[in-house]
Design a protein around this ligand. Structure first.
Ligand code: NAD
Length: 513
């Protein structure tokens, strides 16, 4: 491996952005950010703690209670959001370059994610002006309508896989609905998040509406979750972290949106178009370096086509092009961080005791340094194997045969996760029945992972709580206050108007007297 690439004009340090200013941590602390190709430190980022979070939340709170943003017309906020989308689109190449450098994602895939980030802003910009809320009339008696109100300071906590895009997924609806925010991006990949500040300033977002605090999850993330002035937490990350955040939010009764881990099945029946299914399964698990929450990381294949599927899959997996992240021909780049590399490699070793290795199984040739894992596949994996049950979050797949549809369903549902499922069959009835029965928040039938932004996004079981996407995101970031007005005579059963017995008695005594 030669030619280690470094983008021009990298920042000399990464700071927080609070109340319209770039600032260091109050205690001056920093942490190291590594280049995934060399594992050398390329920049230091401010390590936020409770004091920095307090400062950011105070700024966001001020912008919410005193600033113009929550009070602006949806059309005015929409214009700012469209400008943000325009700027992101116009800088997609630079964003992709920095994202790919920081995360190890292949540049072509990082470019797609940058464009999707712009689309997220454009989508919510359109949605809030089209937003209509319910009004109900009870003829002649009552009128009821809904006031939709931003909630306050939203705490946004994001992971390191496709960081910029996932940040946009939360920032778009949180800002569109008039909230102010504190973003705590993942500590492995803080580079692209630092670009939001400039983009938002240029687009005219008022000061204090967007605040960014870098730092470790246990410090900055924890302080954000436990801050009493942050009524909403939108979190994407591991299921285990989600559980901790749930617990820490409980005393404050916060609104929570949780997008968590996955171990999604791709189910291939013997009547499927085999070549398309194999191509989709290869892409489904190795794209984004396998660091994808919705990766089809368990492939269940019907017995009649199993051997052929395994052979074709193994052949393609060995041909997947591993390369430097900035090379446009690269299909799998370097994993994000040495800690994550160690985790994925430990599963590769476990897999060797649990399945039949048909591709990969270690470092790819020609990449002696950096976080490189060859696209790896194990066949004949039993359903109780760890590589079948646990989220690996790397380019590693478990392939398992099945005989009947019932068995396929039992296998598909046999993990604690329930994020996505991919089903390959040409039997229409089976496709729909299986989709309805599989325990997954999202199902793709004869399809790669392609999602219209209006559809619900989210998982069931250990994969998450609540669904975002389209109006569901608007619902999460707003209060829906209902207002009831009487039109006719008030329905007014009056209390306290019964004449007490003693008054009646007195009245009759008077009459007698
Ligand atoms: P992670 O849970 O380790 O970290 C996510 C974020 O939480 C980071 O910003 C981290 O600093 C912060 N954090 C960690 N501990 C915290 C704490 N105690 N309090 C508050 N914040 C804390 O996850 P990761 O390794 O960055 O991301 C990979 C995981 O994310 C995988 O499990 C993947 O499936 C999941 N993911 C899910 C989706 C989805 O939409 N369902 C999308 C992408 C990634």
């Amino acid at each position: 491996m030669t030619d280690v690439y470094t983008p021009a004009d990298l920042p000399s340090k990464i700071q927080h952005y609070i109340d319209g200013e770039f600032v260091d941590s109050i205690d001056g602390d920093t942490f190291e950010v590594l280049n995934p190709v060399t594992n050398e430190t390329y920049v230091h980022a401010a390590a936020g703690k409770k004091a920095d979070i307090d400062r950011a939340v105070a700024a966001a709170r001020r912008a919410f209670t005193e600033g113009p943003w929550p009070r602006m017309l949806p059309r005015e906020r929409s214009r700012v959001l469209h400008r943000i989308a325009d700027i992101v689109e116009s800088r997609d190449a630079r964003l992709a370059e920095l994202e790919s450098f920081d995360s190890g994602l292949p540049i072509t895939q990082a470019l797609g994610q940058a464009r999707r980030a712009a689309e997220n802003f454009r989508f919510f910009a359109d949605l809030i002006v089209a937003q209509a809320d319910d009004a109900f009339k009870v003829p002649g008696k009552q009128m009821n309508y809904v006031n939709r109100k931003p909630i306050g300071v939203a705490g946004l906590i994001t992971p390191w896989n496709t960081p910029f895009m996932l940040e946009s997924w939360k920032l778009g609806p949180a800002l569109a609905t008039g909230n102010t925010v504190v973003l705590k991006p993942a500590e492995f990949t803080p580079l692209s998040a630092s670009l939001w500040a400039g983009i938002f300033e240029e687009a005219g977002l008022p000061q204090g509406v967007f605040n960014l605090v870098n730092g470790l999850g246990e410090d900055a993330g924890d302080a954000l979750v436990k801050h009493p002035d942050v009524p909403l937490i939108s979190f994407t990350g591991e299921s285990r972290t989600g559980q901790i955040i749930f617990g820490n939010s409980a005393p404050f009764l916060k609104g929570l949106s949780m997008e968590l881990g996955g171990k999604s099945p791709a189910v291939v029946f013997d009547d499927a178009d085999l070549e398309t299914a194999v191509d989709a399964c290869v892409f489904g698990v190795y794209s984004l370096n396998g660091e994808r929450c919705t990766a089809g990381s368990r492939i269940l294949v019907q017995r009649g086509i199993y051997d052929e599927f395994v052979e074709r899959f193994g052949t393609l997996a060995k041909r997947v092009k591993v390369g430097l992240p900035h090379d446009p021909t690269t299909e799998v780049g370097a994993l994000v961080h040495p800690e994550h590399y160690e985790k994925v490699m430990s599963y590769v070793e476990i897999g060797k005791t649990e399945g039949r290795l048909i591709a990969g199984g270690g470092r790819p040739e020609g990449f002696p340094t950096g976080n490189y894992v060859a696209p790896t596949a194990f066949a004949d994996v039993a359903p109780d194997a760890r590589i079948f049950q646990e989220e690996i979050f790397g380019p590693v797949v478990a392939i398992t045969p099945f005989d009947t549809e019932e068995e396929a369903l039992a296998l598909a549902n046999n993990t604690r996760y329930g994020l996505a499922a991919y089903i390959w069959t040409n039997d229409l009835k089976r496709a729909h029945n299986f989709a309805g029965a599989v325990e997954a928040g999202m199902v793709w039938l004869n399809s790669n992972n392609v999602r219209d932004l209006r559809t619900p996004f989210g998982g069931v079981k250990a994969s998450g709580l609540g669904h975002e996407g389209g109006y569901r995101s608007i619902d999460f970031y707003t209060d829906q206050q209902s207002v009831h007005i009487t039109l006719g005579a008030p329905h007014n059963p009056a209390f306290g108007k019964q004449v007490p017995d003693e008054e009646i008695a007195e009245a009759s005594e008077d009459a007698e007297g």
